[in-house]
Ligand binder design. Structure first.
Ligand SMILES: [Mg+2]
Length: 155
């Protein structure tokens, strides 16, 4: 459990990292360079890592078969994503995503980070995130370095 106290904002105990796949971890179906290494570092820090995708390309399970510690879950709708986050414990979950389909899980998760990369981000996803970043590596760096989270969210 990674506990971080942010002055004026609150305390977060983060145990689960839930990531959208397309547009967040990948660009045009390929992993954004460096992403897999970051996920390994976050797992070493104690995060349970989940990747949620509509699996439009039908390759989700195959993509993660060499990473048994990352749970890949097929989710069809925004409601599916929200229900999954609630099932693992929304209060201890940080979500990272970029689309309208991520908005409902952003609303229930303790912490939500929106990535605006090559595929863009839905305006609603930006509005419902606690933090907006321009690259997935920045989102994952924030989770690796609590001082960055504190500096951004404190009042
Ligand atoms: Mg996406």
């Amino acid at each position: 459990m990674n506990t971080i106290t942010v002055p004026g904002w609150g305390s977060v105990e983060l145990e689960n990292l839930v990531l959208d796949l397309n547009g967040t971890l990948t660009e045009s179906g390929d992993f954004i360079p460096g992403v897999v290494d970051y996920l390994e570092r976050l797992k070493a820090k104690g995060f349970k890592v989940y990747v949620l995708s509509g699996d439009t390309r039908g390759v989700l399970q195959q993509t993660f078969e060499l990473s048994p510690d990352i749970e890949a879950v097929v989710t069809e709708t925004a409601e599916d994503k929200k229900r999954f986050v609630e099932s693992i414990g929304a209060e201890t979950t940080v979500c990272v995503g970029n689309g309208n389909i991520d908005v409902e899980m952003f609303k229930v998760a303790r912490l939500s980070i929106c990535t605006v990369q090559a595929e863009g981000a839905a305006t609603k996803a930006v509005l419902h995130a606690n933090i907006v970043v321009t690259h997935i590596s920045h989102a994952l760096e924030i989770l690796l370095d609590p001082d960055k989270l504190i500096a951004t969210l404190r009042y």
